[in-house]
Write a protein that binds this ligand. Structure first.
Ligand code: V47
Ligand code: SF4
Length: 393
């Protein structure tokens, strides 16, 4: 341990006992996580998140921040559900509702392929016209025509819907999709697991036990998956900690989660804004740092720049995030609700954002194999992390 860290651990700072656990690699408890949320010492929380990130990264990779050259595809915005925070599905103007043919999906994928992408993140509404056969055909055609592209597709919500639509089990649906070419699953659809929040937000789909069960089955079938948490929908800090603890518990059992993505709600086109508290920048940074510390069995934490905005996403890297997600192509879900971030980033812009924040940009594939470590040396920051660590002494 460095002298600075020794100093922090032995301090009488109010978070000193939690810092000691983090430095010793001891799991923190629900109460510890709630105390971190309640603390106003944001630099100290950030320093702990950064420390946890570095240790997780392993020797020689402490400064690595990953990104992927990818695109999002959303084959349909028609949905049988009506979650109150969702502006993407079921637009009030009928002309904006769409369901793509398989050919249209492949045509859009080909545009991304021509730009050099290697992953497609495909999710959509729950649409009876988009049944299992439709998705199998997309996956098979993709594998035949664009075999170099990894298909990360279907939230647990879509798997639940397809199983009910087809009268099949979750496992049967997943096996069919894997057989057709599914490579991994994204983390969407978790929202907040707390039942009261879900009721207020009219979330009828996929309660926590089913979300976790579907991810667990996917892990057992050999798929890597991600997990999310949507904030700014009237949740409490306790709700957030409990959400993360359920994911940590599932990861202990089945181990296939790669990445946790804290999400932030945008409100344009919804009627919930008067009932919710919009998370502040410091609360969003706490979500990153506390998830990095609490979910010690998750390999990666994502700073989703589409929702954080690029500047806050850069800052989130020094709070424990080690992944900037992807170049994206064209994001629809958050932009439908008013996000002002760019729709996409070029690869060199992504690398520049990472290196100028003081980290080493690393292009990865979906399952975190390294494709290329950027030749650009990270900018040396004027205020290194050790200076901030000193603030908890
Ligand atoms: O599941 C819905 C959320 C999610 C809104 O796995 C909203 O790598 C903000 O899951 N404002 C989709 N968010 C995004 C998602 C994701 C993104 C990036 C990477 C990965 C991954 C997953 O967006 C939905 C829902 O939770 N959402 N409405 C809204 N108004
Ligand atoms: Fe449908 Fe998902 Fe939107 Fe809910 S969040 S309405 S399930 S697309």
């Amino acid at each position: 341990m460095s002298a600075v860290i020794e100093k922090a651990v032995s301090s009488d700072h109010p978070l000193g006992d939690i810092a000691e656990k983090v430095y010793n690699g001891t799991r923190i408890s629900r109460e510890d996580a709630i105390r971190l949320y309640q603390s106003d010492d944001l630099p100290a929380i950030g320093a702990l998140g950064e420390f946890a990130r570095r240790r997780k990264a392993g020797p020689g990779k402490e400064k690595y921040v990953y990104y992927i050259h990818n695109m999002h595809l959303n084959p349909t915005n028609f949905c049988v559900e009506t979650c109150r925070f969702c502006s993407y599905a079921n637009p009030s103007e009928r002309s904006k509702a769409y369901t793509w043919t398989v050919d249209k999906v492949i045509e859009e994928a080909r545009k991304g392929s021509d730009l050099g992408i290697n992953e497609i993140h495909m999710v959509g509404g729950l649409n009876p016209a988009c049944n299992l056969a439709y998705y199998e055909e997309i996956l098979r055609t993709m594998r035949a025509k664009l075999p170099h592209i990894h298909m990360k597709a279907f939230t647990a919500v879509e798997i639940e819907y397809l199983a009910n639509l087809e009268g099949m089990t979750y496992e049967e649906v997943l096996k069919c999709l894997i057989e057709a070419g599914l490579g991994s699953m994204p983390g969407g659809g978790a929202e907040i697991f707390d039942e009261e929040v879900r009721e207020r937000m009219a979330v009828k789909k996929t309660p926590a036990p089913i979300y976790l069960e579907i991810h667990g089955i996917a892990h057992k079938l050999g798929l890597k998956t991600n997990a999310t948490m949507l904030t700014g929908i009237s949740e409490t800090r306790e709700n957030k900690v409990d959400h993360m603890l359920l994911l940590r518990e599932q990861q202990d059992k089945t181990g296939g989660f790669q990445c946790f993505i804290p999400l932030k709600c945008y409100y344009e086109g919804t009627n919930i804004q008067s009932e919710v508290v919009e998370p502040s920048a410091s609360e969003l940074l706490k979500d990153v740092a506390i998830s990095r510390i609490l979910m010690d069995n998750f390999p990666h934490i994502k700073a989703y720049w589409i929702q954080l905005g690029v500047e806050l996403a850069q800052l989130a890297l020094s709070f424990g995030a080690d992944d900037m997600d992807g170049t994206i192509g064209e994001e629809k879900i958050t932009h439908a609700a008013g996000a002002k971030s760019p729709l996409q980033l070029a690869k060199d812009k992504m690398e520049q954002l990472i290196t100028s924040a003081g980290y080493q940009a690393v292009e990865r594939d979906t399952i975190y194999n390294i494709r290329q470590v950027s030749a650009v040396t990270p900018v040396e920051l004027h205020e290194p992390i050790s200076t901030r660590l000193a603030s908890i002494s």
